[in-house]
Design a protein. Sequence first.
Length: 301
Amino acid sequence: MASYRLEHIEELEAESIFVLREAFAQFDNPCILFSGGKDSIVVTHLAAKAFAPAKIPFTLVHIDTGHNFKETLEFRDQLIQKLGVQLVVGSVQSSINQGKATDETGMYASRNKAQIPTLLDTLEKHQFDAALGGARRDEEKSRAKERFFSHRDEFGQWDPKNQRPELWTLYNGKKNFGEHFRVFPISNWTEMDIWQYIKKENIQLPSLYFSHEREVVRRGNTILAHSPFIQLKADETVTKETIRFRTIGDLTITGAIESNASTIDDIILEVAAARDTERGNRADDQRSEAAMEERKREGYF
């Protein structure tokens, strides 16, 4: 079984490296969308392997909502320094100040949708014609509709019915002026594959992924990290619990799980036994059944 897993991971790695090299060959100015989460970290690690011994030939782009975990930002800055690559930061707060995005208010306020104009403006400002992301098909049903090379029109919008065939690993990156592509090198990976690879490659991650004590707020089925950005309801209280995060986003939307998994081996066992998807308690995905697809059509990751 261990031998099979190793072969399987090596095949996925080879596929992803091929996609990364194709993106570099076909586009003039591709970038990596870097959130500081495990998937974008794995994509960045794969890019480093794909072009070694040279440096990663992609700029890393982070869309900063202003509601990030401090651990994520600290990890991002340390990784950028270690890799010696360029970082471009798009500020959601700046978009709000300029009237290009709206800051939601109320108990369920989120800046998730406000990332869309910030991302599109950042891509246009720096003339990135392809944005490489860490989305995987197993995460969410709208993600499963994506191809490796996913076309976006001149408004940055995605049409799931207008996807190009990808037969025999042939990827079509042709586009008209003003259009761009999203590229997903790890589309075929699962959450378990990601953790197996992280273990195999000894990839460093933010401490958020491992068990730790934190002040949290329970809101329905979601456990949210307590922060100044969350407005408490009258019946909600702040408690200290032992948790970890399976996926990392904004403080206001990222649900934690109760967990004592403090090592990668612990996490692999936990993921193997899990019956919910890693995005199952993301507050932003619970707004409607098609929440993710609606955002993606407008230009979301």
